[in-house]
Design a binder for this molecule. Structure first.
Ligand SMILES: C[S@@+](CC[C@H](N)C(=O)[O-])C[C@H]1O[C@@H](n2cnc3c(N)ncnc32)[C@H](O)[C@@H]1O
Length: 211
């Protein structure tokens, strides 16, 4: 997005909460690949969607520093919870200390391991909302593994589905991430089990509703 327009949007929406600002700044000092973090605009959007859907249980695939997790937790009602899965065990201490800084950290259950192995352990239909935001190569597998765990009428959000605009450009044969996103978008478009809409927020967010 044009940076002036982005600045304008960010100065006309709810402010980024102090804890999120702090963990984002801290990650930029200590970690690589910080462009993966949802950030101010998408974070406020995820919180708002959570307030609209009013889920009792959320499943998140791909925690990284826990920024989006905390946004979901912030939007949850009393006694609702978010389960988040992160494959990189070296991030565990970092993530837990981020959650401990937030008043919403107690609504979060962190699972360390491969989402494709952990998700099958959850009960069928036991989640109202899921957020897929891990390895782009495996997007379709995450979706197929997650769908049975979502109740009828529940939602799945999928991040980065426009992938820096690469979805409409010529793809290199070794660009597995873009190919993963393209495969996901193509299969989803023809999937009658769900309704779907792509929003051009940040890097593209697909909202899916299970029929
Ligand atoms: C894009 S980042 C998540 C960003 C975070 N959701 C946010 O918006 O702030 C993706 C994360 O998924 C993790 N990941 C990749 N493959 C995974 C898998 N199979 N299971 C669980 N986590 C995975 C990566 O280690 C990385 O931390």
């Amino acid at each position: 997005m044009d940076s002036k327009l982005e600045e304008y949007i960010l100065s006309h929406i709810d402010a980024e909460p102090g804890v999120l600002k702090k963990i984002d700044r801290d990650a930029h000092v200590k970690l690589l690949r910080t462009s993966m973090i949802s950030g101010h605009l998408q974070g406020r959007f995820l919180k708002m969607l959570t307030q609209m859907i009013r889920p009792e249980r959320i499943l998140e695939i791909g925690t990284f520093i826990g920024y989006s997790t905390l946004c979901f937790a912030e939007g949850l009602e009393e006694n609702a919870e978010v389960h988040t899965i992160e494959i990189d065990d070296e991030l565990e201490g970092y993530i837990r200390s981020n959650f401990a800084q937030s008043e919403f950290g107690n609504k979060i259950k962190l699972h360390i391991g491969d989402a494709l192995q952990i998700i099958p352990e959850f009960e069928e239909g036991s989640f109202d909302l899921a957020f897929i935001d891990a390895d782009k190569e495996q997007y379709w597998e995450y979706f197929e593994t997650t769908l049975p765990k979502i109740r009828k009428g529940g939602f799945i959000l999928v991040d980065n589905t426009l992938w820096y605009g690469k979805v409409v450009e010529e793809v290199e044969s070794n660009d597995w991430a873009t190919q993963g996103i393209l495969e996901f978008n193509r299969k989803l478009a023809n999937d009658d089990r769900v309704e779907k809409v792509i929003l051009p927020i940040r890097d593209g967010v697909t909202i899916i509703r299970k029929k």
